[in-house]
Design a protein around this ligand. Structure first.
Ligand code: SF4
Length: 431
């Protein structure tokens, strides 16, 4: 056995971190890695189990790898991640080419299976090997979720919240900084409830302060994702505003704006309270960019509920926004409700919100023309390179096209000269 491994990572940033820990474990045990599935003798597919489309992509990817095994291109097929946490028996039965099925966090067991080496619980955890560009990294501060939103199967796959202690997170962040990471993207299923479950209760604000006090200046940006509005306390708002390197940005998924739907979704907060938190956030952080995600077509979403959502998006004018159409998740409370919004109505409602957001975004982007912004460069090209402002997270938000000679992973001052609904364009200013 050559032990040449190909890892295919699907799904969200939290799953990416799991793949990175596995990659680190394999490299630390001298396993050769290849990016080309056909060149491997073992393929590991890290699956996503949330939403139909993601499940289909995961199954499709496993089937492609199974074909490579059938044709003798690879010898072993390993599956891990959310889908295998949720449907291990079905996967084993339907795809017999799979050699072993692991959960999301069985890194030692997977490395043991691949290398034959024995690991005990007392061995130190593997350190991640980044799959993102070297200048940014996701920092997972907790696993699982206690919220139980009616539509969501994530707690069924990832369990209840388990926060990591602050010293372990600081240690990881420090090592990432030493490797050249300049932007840390703080993630969990619900970052704003971080620390509640620890023996000595702490808050996200304590973690922000501890990171700010311990990290070198080279980590210029810290960005917070998945801030549940129900747990966005004043102490967290204050920590965001008083910590210079926390980006003036918050990803705050609200999901809906009709009280009837929010209550049925079990989101723990009605729309007036969500509005009030957003106002407090904006009051304390002038110019903060807000990203949100919405679900349209939830069971019982009448025209009037959708209109409330539309009006709220128009009123709040989020800076970045994503919309999902509702899809029923097995064994969730919402699965007991009648999924009664026709698929074409769901799609139409999604398109209406996205059209509105495109207008809002185009208007907001125009206001940047003439301004000079700090940009972190993600990709370089011969004449034009691509970067981001502090108002944009990688992969999901806007980009800035930069004219001028720049280096990947460095910060520059760029004067914005043009804009459309999803992009800014500018020229490098001599520093
Ligand atoms: S906060 Fe709600 S939507 Fe997010 S992971 Fe937890 S249960 Fe799912």
């Amino acid at each position: 056995m050559k032990h040449k491994i190909n890892i295919i990572s699907l799904g969200c940033a939290k799953a990416l971190v799991d793949s990175e820990i596995l990659l680190g474990g394999l490299k630390q045990n001298q396993v050769e890695i290849t990016n080309i599935p056909e060149d491997a003798d073992t393929i590991v597919v890290n699956t996503c189990g949330f939403l139909d489309m993601a499940r289909e992509e995961s199954v499709e990817t496993i089937l492609q790898a199974a074909e490579l095994k059938k044709s003798g291109n690879i010898q072993q097929l390993v599956v891990m991640g959310c889908l295998s946490e949720r449907y291990p028996d079905e996967l084993a039965k339907e795809i017999p080419e799979i050699d072993r099925i692991f959960g999301s966090n069985n890194h030692r067991d997977i490395v043991q299976f691949i290398t034959g080496k024995e690991f005990s619980k007392n061995d130190p955890l593997f350190f991640r090997s980044l799959m993102t560009p070297n200048h940014y990294a996701y920092l997972k501060i907790a696993e699982g979720c206690d919220n139980g939103c009616s539509f969501c199967s994530i707690p069924l796959m990832r369990g209840l919240q388990k926060s990591r202690p602050i010293p372990a997170i600081l240690d990881e962040a420090q090592r990432l900084a030493e490797q050249g990471v300049k932007e840390l993207l703080i993630i969990a299923q619900d970052t704003t409830s971080y620390g509640w479950d620890l023996d000595k209760k702490v808050y996200l604000s304590d973690l922000i302060t501890a990171l700010d006090e311990s990290l070198p200046e080279s980590v210029k940006w810290m960005r917070i994702h998945y801030a549940h509005p129900a747990h966005l306390s004043q102490r967290i708002i204050d920590a965001i505003s008083s910590t210079e390197r926390v980006c003036n940005y918050l990803d705050i998924p609200i999901q809906h704006a009709s009280d009837k739907i929010l209550i049925s979704m079990r989101r723990g907060l009605e729309i007036d309270k969500i509005r009030e938190r957003i106002q407090r956030l904006r009051g304390a952080n002038t110019g903060i960019a807000l990203r949100t995600t919405l679900i349209v077509g939830y069971p019982g979403e009448a025209e009037a509920d959708f209109n409330e959502l539309y009006d709220f998006v128009k009123e709040i004018r989020f800076d970045r926004l994503g919309v999902f159409t509702y899809s029923e998740e097995e064994d969730t409370p919402a699965a007991d409700l009648d999924d009664n919004v026709p698929a074409e109505v769901k799609d139409e409602r999604k398109a209406i919100i996205l059209d509105l957001q495109a207008e809002i975004s185009a208007e907001k982007n125009q206001t940047f023309i003439g301004q000079t912004l700090d940009i972190l460069v993600d990709e370089i090209g011969e004449t034009v390179s691509v970067g981001r402002t502090e108002f944009d997270s990688p992969e999901v938000d806007q980009i800035v096209h930069i004219k001028g000679h720049v280096k990947k992973g460095e910060f520059y001052r760029v004067k914005i000269e043009d804009a459309n609904e999803f992009e800014l364009k500018g020229t490098l200013i001599d520093n």
